[in-house]
Design a protein around this ligand. Structure first.
Ligand code: ACO
Length: 270
């Protein structure tokens, strides 16, 4: 597949996917979502981290309101349904992705764009970025994953406030209310992103993959269920890693080569 609405760059085991429709503030159309999924499939197993960013002044201004809602409606119910499928596939692929994903946010982030950053494992924004769950402003509710994204990032009251009022909030406010991971002034943005990526790249990739998946599952479990599940998954992970954690991680600690409370062990197979 050749890409028209996405740029893909790979450097030092990090893939950067740039949504490339700046003239429409990177509003999502089915072809863009299909390209994102194709690019994610292409780099899976080849890289350690995937970064998603937007070209120009927006991370992503949500669904393309004309192409998603207006044009397909004129074409009939089937076209209307189909227009939503690609975006759903993009969100699901990201949410279940094997490698850590980082949303790198500078600028506008609305509706489905909010969901896009929420299904990434980490989201780092500039303080000045602007977020919104604006669906109420045109008479509907957040759908297609955006309501889920709101309540699975912010607490109930905050999610209810922003989905009911459509009010915007800054990157700084987003970090304070749990909508994103970190927000920093624009001048510190690249450094913050690089530090996060370096920290992820140096971790055992299998452990990172299991960490995200297990964290997600145990959120839905009782403590007793989680205890059993975590034990089982830990054993599965150690088997998958062929006990690298003992052979290298614990062994390097025994040799006093590093302090696990402060840093990672040196992966020999890297
Ligand atoms: N869908 C379709 N086109 C869009 C979208 C969108 N979501 N967002 C921006 N555009 C288009 C504009 O219509 C405009 O097109 P034109 O040049 O053909 O007139 C172009 O992108 C630039 O937009 P401006 O409004 O001129 O840019 P500005 O920087 O002043 O404002 C902003 C940016 C605030 C993002 C504004 O474009 C906006 O409100 N967009 C809609 C945001 C939104 O509510 N998204 C829907 C969320 S709900 C959901 O995703 C289901």
């Amino acid at each position: 597949m050749t890409y028209e609405y996405v740029q893909l760059a790979i450097e030092d085991s990090v893939a950067t996917l740039t949504l490339d429709r700046p003239e429409k503030r990177n509003a999502i159309i089915p072809q863009m979502a299909d390209e994102v999924v194709d690019a994610l499939d292409r780099v899976e197993g080849q890289v350690r981290v995937v970064v998603i960013e937007g070209a120009g002044s927006a991370f992503c201004a949500g669904m393309d309101l004309e192409k998603r809602f207006h044009e397909p409606r004129n074409e009939g119910p089937k076209a209307f349904f189909e227009a939503g499928r690609s975006t759903g596939a993009m969100f699901t692929t990201l949410y279940e992705y094997r490698h850590p994903t980082v949303a790198k946010i500078e600028g506008w982030t609305f509706g489905a764009g909010y969901c896009l950053q929420a299904v990434c494992d980490f989201a780092v924004a500039t303080d000045e970025s602007v977020f919104g769950l604006s669906e109420i402003n045109f008479g509907i509710i957040p759908g297609g994953g955006a309501m889920w994204a709101a309540v699975n990032t912010m607490d109930r009251r905050t999610a209810l406030y922003y989905t009911s009022t459509g009010k915007t909030f800054t990157g700084e406010e987003a970090a304070n209310n749990g909508a994103i991971t970190i927000s920093v002034p624009e001048t510190d943005f690249e450094t913050e992103i690089s530090e996060l990526i370096s920290s992820l790249v140096e971790k055992n990739p299998v452990a990172l993959q299991f960490n995200t998946a297990v964290l997600e599952r145990v959120r839905q479990m009782s403590f007793a269920e989680a205890l059993d599940y975590e034990r089982g998954k830990s054993e599965e992970m150690k088997y998958y890693q062929q006990d690298e954690w003992v052979d290298e991680g614990i062994e390097q600690f025994r040799d006093r080569k590093y302090k696990p409370g402060l840093e990672s062990y040196e992966e020999q197979s890297k």
